[in-house]
Ligand binder design. Structure first.
Ligand SMILES: Nc1ncnc2c1ncn2[C@@H]1O[C@H](COP(=O)(O)OP(=O)(O)OP(=O)(O)O)[C@@H](O)[C@H]1O
Ligand SMILES: C=C(C)CCOP(=O)(O)O
Length: 276
């Protein structure tokens, strides 16, 4: 498993850097694997091994057959980050100055990240970690924008790796360290890297209306606000309502779908709820 072997042709590294006839790289796909999918969200620090294996099988197959050429993966917190953040009273708006609390939240996310990386490595995917706590900040405080430098992720992608980021703690002016959700990271990555396809794989088949049916597309928060709630499980980042808000801020269309829709999304098909 090397970065150069990943993707459809795997031969870009031999092209001269200034060769103007070299084909431009495809825009990357940015995919979030929801923490509620890959962990058992009600049991602290428990990976759902079967669900993680199914997801990483689908990613490896998509890279092997070339339906995805360049991929950035983000995963959520599930029973790792949310559990510890909740115990310490830390959320996307409430921070902490306690280094032990920061280490509990970040340490749990790094353990989950290792499990995701290991599952990808078992399938030959050249996945490498990118930890947001070491990169990102909210210099303007909780109401300010997220600053996420993308140079490392973009360069890793260009070298044929699959960067794997995750919801994490984030330095926040006036609050110490708050939580940055994987959904926020997806928006920053997709906008900054020029992604043309953005997928958010959660436990539900899409964003559901009041009757429990999948809403095919969403263009404004107000049109669906009444149906949107928080997560059923411990969650410090706002569940589906926050997810829809984040994704509406993105220029590229995003899809929210369940595990059964992952393969189809990776093949480029329309699945779940499209958020424009
Ligand atoms: N209208 C809705 N449609 C779909 N899900 C909804 C809706 N309202 C609330 N939810 C809840 O939102 C949850 C999905 O958000 P959640 O943040 O838990 O998912 P995730 O991103 O997969 O997990 P994590 O935050 O750990 O990464 C669903 O499991 C459901 O409980
Ligand atoms: C709770 C932590 C640290 C991560 C939150 O990320 P999310 O599960 O994508 O909302």
């Amino acid at each position: 498993m090397t970065a150069g072997e990943c993707g459809s042709d795997g031969d870009d590294s031999s092209a001269p850097a200034d060769d103007s006839s070299a084909p431009a790289a495809d825009p990357p796909v940015v995919l979030k694997l929801g923490g509620s999918v890959i962990t058992e969200k009600d049991r602290p620090e428990t990976v759902d091994d079967a669900a993680l294996a199914t997801a990483t099988d689908a990613l490896a197959a998509a890279l092997d057959r070339g339906s995805v050429d360049r991929l950035v993966v983000v995963h959520g917190g599930g029973s790792f980050g949310h559990h510890h953040a909740s115990e310490h009273g830390v959320s996307t708006t409430e921070g902490t100055h306690d280094a032990d609390a920061v280490m509990d939240v970040h340490g749990a996310m790094v353990r989950l990240n290792r499990a995701v990386l290991s599952s990808l490595h078992d399938r030959g995917v050249p996945a490498v970690p990118v930890h947001p706590l070491s990169l990102a900040a909210r210099p303007g405080g909780v109401d300010g924008s997220l600053d996420l430098p993308l140079s490392s992720t973009a360069t890793l992608l260009g070298e044929g790796f699959v960067p794997v980021l995750h919801g994490d703690g984030v330095a926040t002016a006036g609050e110490g360290v708050t939580v940055v959700s994987g959904d926020e990271l997806v928006v920053e990555l997709a906008a900054g890297l020029g992604a043309d396809r953005v997928g958010v794989c959660s436990t539900v088949a899409g964003v559901l209306d009041a009757d429990g049916s999948v809403i095919p597309s969403i263009e404004s928060f107000e049109s669906v606000a009444d149906a949107l709630g928080a997560s059923d499980a411990t969650d410090v980042s706002g569940g589906m309502a926050a997810k829809v808000r984040e994704l509406l801020a993105l220029d590229a269309p995003a899809s929210v779908f369940g595990p059964a829709g992952l393969e189809a999304f990776l093949r480029g098909e329309a699945v779940g709820t499209r958020i424009d």
